[in-house]
Write a protein that binds this ligand. Structure first.
Ligand SMILES: Cc1cc2nc3c(=O)[nH]c(=O)nc-3n(C[C@H](O)[C@H](O)[C@H](O)COP(=O)(O)OP(=O)(O)OC[C@H]3O[C@@H](n4cnc5c(N)ncnc54)[C@H](O)[C@@H]3O)c2cc1C
Length: 258
């Protein structure tokens, strides 16, 4: 915190220019829960269409817990008028909501939600795009890909998706089959603790970007997931590859309990 000594003018490029969206609080019914990996649950929710929850691709909602605590989850699906929402929740050992979601949540359960929030949305630009995800940071990125497929393909995009092991990339059966869903987008999986038979890229996901793209001065970067990855990517892309800081868009999955 800082104590201002006089009137201030703030330059806040991440605050949207559009007037605020209406934030809605609603009960949402669980439609189904899929568990594509040993720690990721894909949860489909149905909010009442009458609640009028209108989100933009890349935004998130809060799940409201009984004691007033809240947990944020990015929306992975495309905006729609029916109140359908898709969340990708990674189970964190000892975590209050994510263990419940992975271990127990089932169809017809009711969750109280609030949203939409966030400014992680596709910018109006022709610049080529680098998408960067760690773990369930894939959720808002797949929402952008599903919603803006034509624009993103025209601009050209590459997704670097990092995990410890192949199973962490829970939405990829094979690179060619993933790429067939998103024409114009190249997928680069990057594993930090791969099995011995892994022949792809290894190490930290943001470092793989820097190895491939030494000049990011004309790009836009959309990064989502682990806050440490986001900080490392922002710092190194701007310092080493000339990315203008205002072209780094991100949502960091900061943990409320921490
Ligand atoms: C904008 C935003 C979007 C997000 N989107 C997603 C998303 O799409 N998918 C996703 O998986 N996550 C997302 N997150 C993270 C998510 O909101 C939760 O933080 C995460 O799921 C953990 O919640 P939890 O209730 O399971 O864990 P918590 O109960 O919050 O605990 C988190 C961790 O802290 C430990 N812990 C808890 N209490 C203590 C304590 N007193 N002392 C020490 N350790 C403790 C727990 O063991 C656990 O490992 C997002 C976060 C933000 C801010």
């Amino acid at each position: 915190m800082a104590l201002p000594l006089g009137n201030l003018v703030l330059h806040a490029p991440t605050v949207p220019k559009e007037p605020g969206q209406r934030v809605v609080t609603a009960g949402a019914r669980v439609v189904d829960v899929q568990r594509p990996s040993k720690d990721v649950a894909i949860v489909h929710l149905q909010a009442p269409a009458a609640a009028g929850l209108q989100f933009k691709a890349g935004q998130y909602i809060d799940v409201l817990l009984k004691d007033g605590a809240r947990r944020s989850y990015s929306l992975a699906n495309t905006p729609n008028d029916e109140g359908l929402l898709e969340l990708h929740v990674r189970r964190m050992e000892g975590g209050r909501f994510s263990t419940h979601a992975y271990d127990k949540l089932k169809a017809r359960d009711l969750l109280r939600i609030q949203g939409p929030y966030g400014t992680f949305v596709l910018q109006d630009s022709a610049a080529p795009i680098v998408l960067l995800a760690s773990g369930t940071g894939y959720a808002p990125i797949v929402s952008l890909l599903r919603t803006h497929s034509v624009a993103i393909a025209q601009r050209g995009a590459v997704l670097y998706w990092g995990g410890r092991q192949w199973s962490d990339l829970y939405a990829v059966e094979s690179v060619p089959s993933w790429q067939a869903q998103f024409p114009g987008v190249r997928l680069v999986p990057v594993l930090s603790e791969p099995n011995a038979d892994w022949q792809g890229r290894t190490g930290l996901v943001h470092e793989a970007v820097l190895q491939d793209l030494t000049d990011l001065s004309g790009h836009e970067v959309y990064a989502c997931g682990n806050p440490l990855m986001i900080d490392a990517a922002r710092g190194s892309f701007t310092a080493q590859a000339g990315l203008p800081p205002e072209h780094f868009y991100c949502d960091a999955f900061v943990i409320s309990a921490a």
